[in-house]
Design a binder for this molecule. Structure first.
Ligand code: KG4
Ligand code: ZN
Length: 337
């Protein structure tokens, strides 16, 4: 049996995992940086990079210990080298290259967005390809046509903010703190999703595109008025809950609509959804309802495989089987399109 170590440092989670060539996850360790970013209500790139530097080797050590193996047992080391915050990616890439060089084992370079789709394959325990992939995270909102873990064509994506970023910004506006997604979800559960009629970009046409910046501004105006000078967040109560619920509904409506359009346009019968926003329960329910109506098979990983982690890099096993090794001068790439 072959063992793989994977490293994830693309944003603000320092993560390492051990899996086998049979996609059996032996450990999946994630060290959060929330406490360092929370005072800024968002991820601060330099703080993230420095936190990875502090946390990564202890996290790798925990992943190996939990898996019951040592460095000598590894057949290859995989790393998410794109896309992400460059300073963050560099820490993971440098560590993975060093391990590959010292242990004389192959280095495998994995795309973080592709891994969010692969998390569905990992959780399902069986093949999910071909499928439409929808990745909805803090940095990405993208629809993919996936023939395999390696062959993915971009069908369309966001023209501005990612959906998760909109959740984080609206959470900050409403004074709900960081990380924003789970906080907005909790608040939305108390409110009326029809209270505000927020914009749903590209809803009236078949373009596979998203835009969330106008929605964000609409929430701002609904919260403070167009000429508001004071930007104090609204106090707890019906207004704040209704804003959260109506915002969340607007995001979910367009995500589900565009996924449906992508399925119809490609003729695919499987939908694989990943990324942090896929941890949202209301979103998962809306996806289930749409897929049931459309007769489409839905794959959504459990929450801990939706948010950033290293186990989802297990698509690296295929790269290893095909001997698609990365060179030791592998660089970090902040963008991938
Ligand atoms: O995939 P991820 O962990 O990191 C990136 O690759 O960006 O996604 C993080 C994003 C954040 O914007 C966070 O607010 C959002 O996912 N998120 C959620 C929920 N949990 C995390 N958004 C909505 N509802 C949630 N429950
Ligand atoms: Zn991610």
């Amino acid at each position: 049996m072959a063992f793989f170590l994977a490293i994830e440092t693309s944003c603000d989670e320092t993560a390492a995992a051990v899996f086998t060539d049979q996609y059996e996850v032996r450990s999946n360790v994630v060290a959060s940086q929330t406490r360092w970013h929370a005072p800024f209500t968002g991820v601060v790139p330099e703080i993230a990079a420095r936190a990875h530097l502090r946390q990564l080797l202890p996290v790798v050590d925990s992943a190996l210990t939990e898996a019951g193996i040592t460095l000598k047992d590894l057949s290859a080391v995989a790393v998410h080298h794109t896309p992400g915050l460059v300073g963050s990616l560099l820490v993971g890439v440098a560590a993975a290259k060093m391990l590959a060089a010292v242990l004389h084992i192959p280095l495998l370079a994995v795309n973080h967005v592709v891994s969010h789709v692969f998390a569905c394959r990992l959780a399902a325990g069986r093949d999910i390809f071909p499928c439409v992939g929808l990745v909805v995270s803090g940095g990405h909102t993208v629809l993919l046509h996936c023939n395999s873990a390696q062959e993915m064509k971009v069908l369309g994506g966001t023209r501005d903010d990612a959906a998760g970023e909109a959740f984080d910004k609206v959470a900050a506006l409403l004074g709900l703190g960081f990380p924003g997604g789970p906080a907005v979800e909790r608040e939305a559960a108390l409110g009326d999703p029809t209270a505000y009629d927020f914009p749903r970009a590209f809803a009236d046409d078949g373009r596979l595109a998203f835009s969330f910046s106008g929605l964000k501004t609409a929430v701002l105006y609904a919260c403070f008025g167009q000429n508001a000078r004071r930007m104090d967040p609204p106090p707890p109560g019906p207004k704040r809950a209704n804003l959260a619920a109506s915002f969340q509904k607007a995001v979910i409506d367009v995500l589900v609509l565009k996924a449906k359009q992508a399925l119809r346009q490609t003729g695919q019968r499987r939908l694989a959804v990943g990324g942090g926003v896929a941890a949202n329960q209301a979103f998962r329910q809306a996806l289930e309802a749409m897929c049931a109506r459309e007769g489409v098979e839905l794959f959504v990983p459990p929450r801990h495989l939706c948010t950033d982690n290293a186990a989802m890099a297990a698509g690296a096993v295929e790269l290893w089987k095909q001997k698609l090794f990365a060179p030791l001068d592998l660089d970090a790439q902040p963008t991938w399109l």
